[in-house]
Design a protein around this ligand. Sequence first.
Ligand SMILES: [Fe+2]
Length: 321
Amino acid sequence: MATAAAAGRCGARPGPYTAGLSLASTEPAAAAEPTGAGTPAGPATAAPRRRAWARVGRRPPPPVLVPHEVTIDGLDPAHDGVTIAHLSDLHVGSLTPAEHVRAAVELATGAGAEVIALTGDYVCWRKHEVGMLREQVAGLAARRVVATLGNHDYFPSAAGVVRALAGHGVDVLRNRHTTLAVRGRPLHLIGVDDPVTRHHDLDQAFAGVPASGTRVVLCHCPEQAPGLAARGADLVLSGHTHGGQIFVPGLTDRIIDRMGKRYRRGFYAVAPDAAGGGAGRRAQLYVTPGVGFSGVRVRAGDGTRAEVALFTLRAGVPRAG
Ligand SMILES: [Fe+2]
């Protein structure tokens, strides 16, 4: 079933069906609407099947820039108005057209944000995708560009992905932080390594982060958000879900629920879990549907459109003490 495959695609190897879709993607590009997951196949003849395959092989709608204002209680007033662009799940490879990735890179750079944050899954499965990544992210630029890894980055070569990104000045934060002085006040960017492949270490990622200052956390998988809130995250940026990639009302959410997952796309106010001994605070989590394709070149339904998110931080209620 397409939706089940989409919901779990970040952990599933492409099968024969996927291989066929890759072949279809070599067709000449044409404008296309997202294909519905439940589109009836019509009579069981060869011709309608070929047409259905062609539809999913067409050029997908390009990523769009999606602006958000994020109000954070306790935010340093100096950081009111600071902007962060967020890109995730580029999935460079045979399913994601290079121009699709390039459009996202240009949107992020063109937004003029102080920071660009990348939250993993830059490639799909294969070694040669690392070279493609190096070419396709060229020109990504902001005052600071930071990244963390996703599960797919470990499949071909995490070290290769890190080198490809670092070659463009991207600071890959693997369970560590970096601090940027923005308007004279500290903005801490904390990167948690991929939790899906169990490379994450939340305590190590937060080690040495000063108590004062704004804390923006990058973590590929959103399910870590309660633990990140417990450690004092203000804003958590995640991807991984692709918004479900194919969203069928009443079905996709049920499947995600059964998988024990809590977050699909958009904003969540996340309460801290017990990890911080109750010292944490409610964090804002944003889960982007990301940019690229995994398993099938289709994004369809609510909350799945490829995007670059652009956050403007806003100061909320001052924090006591
Ligand atoms: Fe992904």
